[in-house]
Write a protein that binds this ligand. Structure first.
Ligand code: ISL
Length: 605
């Protein structure tokens, strides 16, 4: 199908859906954001409409997005300079990974001052300018709320560790160690909790001879949410940013805030998945409801929790409308289907599809969902779930965009995936920046538990640094990311081939395809509020599902393989029109369709 025809179909599509009066979508050209949904608003397919249900979100990892001042580190002025690019894609909301003052033990997920901008990223007036630019373009901004832990350089922790009777002592979790005369400190940690970043989750502090708890790095001490003063501090800092005009929060590891009473040892079974125990503590729901009452209820905001350790079955207890906790959460079942703990494993399409089928059963009209397959903690979308070889990178990246933008739930896109950026060809441990990769090297390779080659091979597939290499803006030096000659993390050498400048001038690029899919979603209430059905759950190569809203019925057909396949549509399904496809085709109406490798089609039926 020629491009002109595709545009025509999109045009007809929007007119039809608008004409039947179902759309509450915030169109790109509308000058005023839609009003928040009220109880008077008519339900759509049983769903209460809301702007954050209709939005498409774009995640920015500021360190790697665009460097304005040439120091090799992305910054807020850099983001402001690229707002037209982001708006051009058609997204509604930007999620900004942490931009706060931080010593960067974990790239900003270790916050030293919640009310100050990280010096490398600029200052508060740069933030205000960026926010104004976002609003001028009728987009919204959600920021990262990292409040399970702070930096050990946060003034609360500096006070807390200074003496046992300091007023901030109870802002964190301190415990006596177990006496052990053979240990250099004279103690062993209070229990067997492991850290997500290797080793014990306890750090001995010589000043007071007690241990503090850190689920992540030793420089990320966990806050004590059982202390009402801590909760008040968090609610105040959230209010500070909302009063500035931000539109909500992505909440980092929010299910970990409430700790198990008494902190007993984990059993051997629990140790295999410590995150499941750390999540869902006894007061988690109570604290989230308190946060909602004190903060969110007073604003029209979007909240999305990073729900590490929360099972699908437990999800409605956090996102259920009547619960007054969060709007939605990230569930990791799909994005982590290719790993077992920290080990990369193979996966099958039926298992992958079963996850979405389960979501449709467990999350009803009162529990909103998210869709994402990449972010700053995961490898590149096309390298993990598509095929990043020269032949199939473009079609498979487009297929994945088709899927993410037609599934049920608010879609989250990660910077660079709209260009089909790929994993980085890491050669040695010195190529990595990530604390997780480096700690793992010390824990596993230097102790000879794992060979260097096996460790690096695994990291090449799953390291978080794959997603953190600088955005590839053009084919000039350092991909146009920085005018300096040393970005904080190396640019992927494929930037001369894969870059934004090239894709912007190519009507058949992944960028433009993503833009069209976003426009289609915005114009099509069935893709937002429609019911979901997996049509052929056991097929190992084809993912085919429907999204239906009354008589508005869509069939999405995705060939998740590089082989061409003649596919007979199940149950006598008869598409009536081809809405879009990622490869030129005009096949409509046949009982058997001929899909090429990584072909994606959206039909009406
Ligand atoms: O990325 C992971 C493993 O490779 C996860 O275990 C990750 O640490 C987990 O999803 C929590 O992530 C969030 O909190 C961390 C931070 O390092 C991540 O970047 C953040 O997304 C600690 O704040």
């Amino acid at each position: 199908m020629g491009l002109r025809r595709k545009f025509f179909i999109f045009g007809v599509q929007s007119i039809l859906t608008l004409a039947i009066g179902l759309s509450t979508a915030w169109s790109q050209s509308t000058a005023t954001p839609p009003k928040p949904a009220t109880s008077q608003d008519a339900l759509i397919n049983g769903y209460r409409p809301a702007w954050w249900k209709e939005a498409v979100v774009y995640q920015i990892y500021p360190r790697s997005f665009k460097d304005f001042d040439g120091d090799g580190i992305g910054d807020l002025k850099g983001i402001t300079s690229k707002l037209d690019y982001i708006k051009g894609l058609g997204v509604d909301v930007i999620w900004l990974s942490p931009h706060f003052d931080s010593p960067n033990a974990d790239n900003g997920y270790d916050i030293r001052d919640y009310r100050k901008v990280m010096t490398e990223f600029g200052n508060m007036s740069d933030f205000d300018e960026m926010l104004a630019g976002i609003k001028q373009r009728h987009m919204r901004l959600i920021i990262d709320l990292v409040v399970n832990h702070t930096s050990d350089e946060h003034k609360w922790f500096v006070e807390s560790r200074s003496s046992k009777d300091n007023p901030y002592r109870d802002y964190y979790i301190w415990k006596d160690g177990k006496p052990n005369p053979r240990s250099p400190t004279g103690f062993d940690p209070p229990n067997n909790y492991p850290s997500f970043f290797f080793g014990s989750a306890w750090q001995f502090d010589p000043a007071t001879k007690q241990y503090y708890l850190h689920y992540f790095a030793a420089k990320q001490p966990d806050l004590n949410w059982d202390n009402p003063k801590v909760r008040k501090e968090v609610f105040d800092l959230m209010t500070f940013w909302l009063d500035k005009g931000v539109d909500g929060f992505r909440m980092d590891v929010i299910p970990l805030i409430s700790k198990r009473a008494g902190l007993p040892d984990l059993t051997p079974a629990e140790l295999k998945n410590a995150g499941d125990v750390y999540a869902n503590g006894p007061h988690m729901h109570e604290y989230l409801q308190e946060m909602n009452r004190n903060v969110m209820a007073k604003y029209d905001v979007m909240t999305v929790g990073e729900a590490l350790g929360i099972s699908l079955e437990q999800t409605p207890l956090i996102v259920g409308e009547s619960r007054n906790e969060l709007n939605m959460i990230f569930n990791f079942d799909a994005v982590r289907i290719n790993r077992d703990g920290k080990q990369w494993i193979s996966w099958t399409l039926p298992d992958f599809k079963a996850i979405y089928a389960r979501h449709a059963v467990e999350l009803d009209q009162h529990s909103w969902d998210t869709v994402f397959l990449s972010n700053h903690d995961n490898p590149r979308l096309v390298s993990s779930f598509g095929d990043d070889s020269p032949t199939y990178r473009v079609p498979s990246a487009k297929l994945l965009a088709t899927m993410i933008l037609t599934l049920r739930g608010t879609p989250f896109l990660y910077q660079g995936d709209e260009l089909g950026m790929t994993n980085y060809p890491f050669k040695s441990i010195s190529d990595f920046d990530d604390i997780e990769a480096k700690n793992g090297y010390k824990a596993d390779v230097l102790t000879k538990k794992v060979t260097e080659e096996a460790y690096l091979d695994n990291l090449r597939h799953m390291s978080r640094d794959n997603a953190r290499t600088p955005m590839q803006w053009d084919s000039t030096s350092q991909a146009g990311f920085t005018s300096g000659n040393k970005p904080w993390l190396a640019v992927n050498p494929n930037y001369t081939e894969i870059n934004a400048a090239k894709e912007l001038t190519d009507a058949s690029s992944i960028y433009h395809y993503t833009q069209k899919m976003i426009a289609l979603r915005h114009a099509t209430p069935a893709l937002v509020y429609g019911s979901y059905k997996d049509i052929d759950p056991t097929n190992s190569n084809i993912f085919i599902y429907s999204r239906t809203l009354g008589n508005d019925r869509y069939l999405i057909v995705l060939n998740f393989s590089k082989e061409s396949r003649a596919y007979t549509l199940p149950g006598g399904l008869k598409p009536t029109a081809l809405v879009t496809s990622n490869l030129a085709t005009s096949e409509v109406g046949a009982a058997t369709i001929n899909l090429r490798g990584w072909e994606a089609r959206v039909y009406k039926y």
